[in-house]
Design a protein around this ligand. Structure first.
Ligand SMILES: C[S@@+](CC[C@H](N)C(=O)[O-])C[C@H]1O[C@@H](n2cnc3c(N)ncnc32)[C@H](O)[C@@H]1O
Length: 231
């Protein structure tokens, strides 16, 4: 049953990922900036994935990570709230003849859920779309679909609590991003800080542990943090 207070996660904040032009631009940008095969290898290692594993990726975007993981696991469920993203990712899977990724409409809070417990959940650059209370709800849902000892790989923009002077810190991060990714990405980073729901590390870590997951690994790289968590 949908409650009247339920957060509407289908409304895009920041970049509008329901716009086909934005989706195409996002995909091109990410292909240039990221090493997806290295990302997939790190996820495989962190979640101890094998050819028998079933993985759920939430906020799959243009599907690069889901498709890379599909090469080494049994099944990937890839979900997103944006139908435009899903269609784009699904077309890629068809072009690459990948048949073990199921694309479904759904978000952290609503829509598709795997029928059986999964070995791993992956979510990259997506949880910050939810305000904190709803992040916590999302994490409890993730904990509930993982099998015992199953793992979550969470990568997102998280603000460090060790930084006293946030203006200097943000300026430094934005300058660094501008130097390797250009002015557009620097502008988007500023927009991210201003309008999206990235949170402080201690708040996110409190939410993770209270949702029933244990943080077994944490890595910070610039603006991004990776949490590997176990049920
Ligand atoms: C910045 S993109 C990241 C895509 C991909 N994970 C990647 O690493 O490139 C954010 C994605 O999260 C999706 N998204 C936004 N809110 C969401 C929600 N509540 N549940 C699931 N996905 C969401 C957006 O539609 C978009 O595809």
């Amino acid at each position: 049953m949908k409650h009247l207070w339920q957060y509407d996660e289908t409304i895009q904040i920041g970049t509008d990922y329901s716009d086909p032009k934005e989706v195409n631009a996002y995909d091109q940008r990410m292909q240039k900036m990221r090493d997806v095969s290295a990302e997939a290898k790190d996820i495989q290692r962190a979640l101890s994935l094998s050819s028998h594993s079933v993985v759920w990726e939430i906020g799959t975007g243009t599907g690069e990570c889901a498709l890379a993981l599909a090469a080494t696991v049994k099944q990937v469920y890839a979900t997103d709230v944006s139908s435009t993203m899903l269609e784009y990712a699904h077309n890629k899977a068809k072009q690459r003849h990948v048949s073990n990724v199921v694309f479904e409409k759904g978000g952290f809070l609503t829509g598709f859920r795997p029928l059986n417990p999964v070995d791993g959940v992956v979510t990259q650059l997506a949880l910050h779309h939810l305000p904190d209370f709803w992040k916590f709800r999302a994490l409890t849902i993730i904990a509930s679909v993982l099998r015992p000892n199953g793992r979550l790989y969470l990568r997102d923009v998280v603000f460090p609590s060790s930084t006293g002077d946030y203006d200097t810190f943000f300026r430094m991060v934005i300058d660094e991003i501008r130097s390797f990714a250009g002015d557009d990405v620097a502008q988007q980073t500023m927009q991210h800080i201003k309008t999206e729901y990235s949170t402080l590390d201690w708040i996110l870590e409190g939410m993770i542990t209270r949702s029933g997951l244990k943080i077994v690994e944490k890595t910070d790289k610039g603006f991004l943090s990776v949490y590997v968590c176990e049920k």
